[in-house]
Design a protein around this ligand. Structure first.
Ligand SMILES: [Zn+2]
Ligand SMILES: [Zn+2]
Length: 424
């Protein structure tokens, strides 16, 4: 449809405002404000009477206000103080996004208009509102609209005349070490009461009083005034294993933080002091949701240090044969019996990269084992009733058990993002 006819059809609806007139073709003039396009279109002399004719034909309803927006654009300023109030509540957001809620009648008026004039160059009402209000906030604050990860979301409700604020999460990346055995990575609800709180858990609803997550998150929650935390680890070690070496990468997500202004060096120090002897963090920096996704998708090679006990004495010669045998060896690992209750029973192929063993006592030895991501180390040692093959027990021909296990290295395989190279 030609623009002149579009104009006719739109104006035939009634006292359409310049915003709404211009918006119907605004995608043709990107970057130009809709009201300017509308004013120009209205003033165009050519075929000016077409509008009148169509208006007669359609017998439209007339109203005082624009039938497409109800005159919203004349009262945007009424919302400015409401937005300022919410901006103060959001405190130090760096980026934001504006959304709009408009009466549904406007949506249907827009839809039926588009059926007549096509929607190739039309911008929806909400989009113009979001853009106009977004520019106003940018001017007021110097902060930028961010479509993917805004710190603050302002929802302007033009129906109820109010503004709602929701705060985007804050993400902090780091690496953690765990010095204490028996500490789970994340919170577990009490098995007795499923988290409601009972006698057994002393009303806490928790199966374990302390977790890596809470030891790290608590100081951050206090400092940010955030409502809740989620912990995204790049995998997890067994509860009874320590996490040493350079630590395990994680991203801590803080929901609805009141402030994002954090001195991360200071925070690191505080976490490490409060969790001394249990957990330590390093390399804290700000992060985002994309990195959480990456963290979950990446595969790592890992190095473990295991203290192993044999049912019978084991010789140095046997150990060096063991190391040689497992170098580059592929394993078939059926889901361990100890995790069968929560994981599907299937067989995985995993590769051992290297094993280096040394004698501790007649029946004990230590092995430094490097494997592909997702290898079950305890089962590699014990054999798990032949569910893992081959195993240390099978190759040594003596039943082996894992007395202590530490993760001593998590090696990222790919160079990463944001120009940063993850340490191997
Ligand atoms: Zn309008
Ligand atoms: Zn309980």
């Amino acid at each position: 449809m030609k623009f002149v006819e579009t104009r006719g059809t739109v104006l035939a609806l009634g006292d359409v405002c310049d915003h709404c007139l211009g918006r119907q073709i605004s995608l043709k003039y990107k970057g130009k404000p809709c009201e300017k396009i509308g004013a120009a279109l209205r003033a165009a002399k050519k075929d000016a009477d077409i509008a009148k004719n169509i208006r007669k034909k359609l017998k439209p309803y007339f109203s005082k206000d624009c039938p497409l927006c109800g005159g919203i654009f004349t009262r945007l300023e009424e919302f400015h103080p409401l937005i300022i109030e919410k901006m103060n509540e959001a405190q130090d957001f760096n980026s934001f996004l504006v959304g709009s809620r408009v009466p549904s009648t406007f949506k249907s008026a827009e839809d039926s208009l588009w059926q007549k004039i096509g929607s190739e160059y039309c911008e929806p009402l909400k989009r113009e509102l979001n853009r106009v209000m977004g520019s106003w906030i940018e001017e007021q604050t110097g902060k930028k609209v961010d479509f993917s990860h805004p710190d603050a979301n302002f929802l302007i409700d033009f129906e109820r005349n109010r503004v709602e604020l929701s705060l985007g999460p804050l993400f902090i990346y780091g690496r953690y070490k765990k010095y204490e055995r028996g500490l789970p990575q994340t919170r577990w609800p009490c098995r007795e009461c499923s988290g409601r709180g009972c006698k057994k858990c002393g009303g806490t609803g928790k199966q374990y009083l302390e977790t890596v997550e809470e030891l790290i998150a608590e100081p951050v929650l206090e400092k940010t005034g955030g409502k809740a935390s989620s912990f995204h680890g790049s995998g997890r070690e067994d509860m009874d294993a320590r996490m040493l070496g350079t630590g395990r990468p994680f991203v801590l997500e803080i929901a609805e933080p009141l402030t994002r202004r954090l001195d991360l060096k200071q925070l690191e120090k505080e976490i490490n002091e409060r969790a001394a002897g249990k957990v330590g963090v390093s390399k804290l920096r700000f992060s985002d949701k994309d990195e959480v996704r990456l963290l979950k998708a990446l595969r790592y090679e890992k190095t473990y240090d295991a203290l192993i006990e044999c049912a019978e004495p084991v010789t140095k010669k046997e150990l060096s044969r063991l190391d040689l045998y497992f170098k580059g060896r592929q394993l078939m690992q059926r889901t361990p019996t100890r995790v069968l209750h929560r994981r599907a029973d299937k067989v995985r192929k995993r590769r051992v990269i290297s094993v280096k063993s040394k004698t501790v006592s007649e029946k004990e030895f230590r092995s430094v084992i490097k494997t592909e991501s997702g290898t079950y180390i305890k089962e590699l040692i014990t054999g798990d009733e032949k569910r893992t093959r081959p195993s240390f027990s099978i190759i040594l021909r003596k039943q082996c058990s894992c007395k202590e296990l530490d993760v001593i290295g998590i090696h990222t395989l790919k160079p990463l993002f944001k120009g940063e190279k993850w340490e191997r």
